[in-house]
Design a protein around this ligand. Sequence first.
Ligand SMILES: O=C1O[C@H](COP(=O)(O)O)[C@@H](O)[C@H](O)[C@H]1O
Length: 259
Amino acid sequence: MAPVKRRVFKTNNEMAVELAKYTADLSSKFCKERGVFTVVLSGGDLIAWLWKLLEAPYIDSIEWSKWHIFWVDERVCAWDHADSNYKLAYDGFLSKVPIPAENIYAIDNGLGAEGNAELAAERYEECLKQKVNQNIIRTYKSSGFPQFNLQLLGMGPDGHMASLFPGHAQINEKVKWVTSITDSPKPPSKRITLTLPVINCASYNVMAVCDKEQADSAAAALNHTKDLPAGRLTADVEVVWFLDQAAASKLPHGWCSIL
Ligand SMILES: O=C1O[C@H](COP(=O)(O)O)[C@@H](O)[C@H](O)[C@H]1O
């Protein structure tokens, strides 16, 4: 299990600059080693913090054609609905970078399945299996779980990550790659999410948190004083929390030296 690292920045803009550098460095490493870079996006504020990747030097130097984009979670709604994590990522990031359309694997939002979140989760698991067979996604050691190169994650004020919520059974799923929830405490209630074993198999996991609303849960998750989904985040190689000063404000003294 990779040790959990923390990087604290004065502002979310400073955080975004370092997040872009971190992502670009991993992109060159994986594009060189594997010829592809598999990236998992979340919804929420994270997408807005990818702005620096849309600017020089990254917009022209990243090998975008080698990127393959997946989602950690999605809400059951139309892809053009304001709740859709696909729409959020498309409008704020994907429409501005030259990633080939065929390398973008949106989660079936369940509408085609008449709003059936469970069926949509099964379909996404099938999609991931296909990408494993095509050698786009690697599998993790002997477990057979898919191993993404980099996941860019966020945490809600209640400590949820992806659509894994505190006290809900989905957090304990051990077999499925993708699961669903129909009573999410945060609307919309029907959602599809990668499971914890899959999330934790990623080579690199970034948890980006920038708001004072998240400060209590960030401290509880990092200090393990509460069993929060975000507190269970690990990775194969490296897990790093990127926090701004506000989100880090409740961390124990000495844990939040500003970078
Ligand atoms: O509902 C969701 O919330 C989390 C956290 O979002 P944030 O806006 O508080 O950062 C997000 O990571 C997830 O993808 C989304 O579906």
